[in-house]
Design a binder for this molecule. Sequence first.
Ligand SMILES: [Zn+2]
Ligand SMILES: [Zn+2]
Length: 171
Amino acid sequence: MARKIRRPSWDESFMLAAALAASRSSCLHIKAGAGIVKDKRLIASGYNGAPQNIENCLERGCRKEEYRIPFETKGTGTCRGAHAEKNAMDQIAREDLKGTTIYTIRYPCSACAKEIVGNGIVEVVYARGYDEPDSLTDELFKEARVKLRHLRISEIRLKELEQSLRSVLYD
Ligand SMILES: [Zn+2]
Ligand SMILES: [Zn+2]
């Protein structure tokens, strides 16, 4: 049996759930994922990708690439994909989103921030910021008193967590 590894915290396990969702992303460059949590239960998750019934960017190619728009450019107007936070929020009724926490790999864009605020989500936990944070997102969260937290899982800690998953699956 491998050495004892500290059990993942709630924060870590929900962020890992968001990362797991992100692994299904159909974006050509950015893997984003989100999980929505109520009373320590994961009630929905999503990744960035096209809605059902249409081809995704992996199958069809992405217009951002076609028009040479940098992938870091936020907004989904030129791409058939929707953002992870939106796809996660769309999975459940608006009523059920009230008072929840959203775990998201990427710091939310302002379009998602509007929906997060409008749906009554009270807390946002993100793993990766952008070089240039979206100041409108900051402003909206502040005004609506949405609690914003940065949770960074270090590479050393990630190795430990991978180790503990390996032991779950194989030991
Ligand atoms: Zn795309
Ligand atoms: Zn977004």
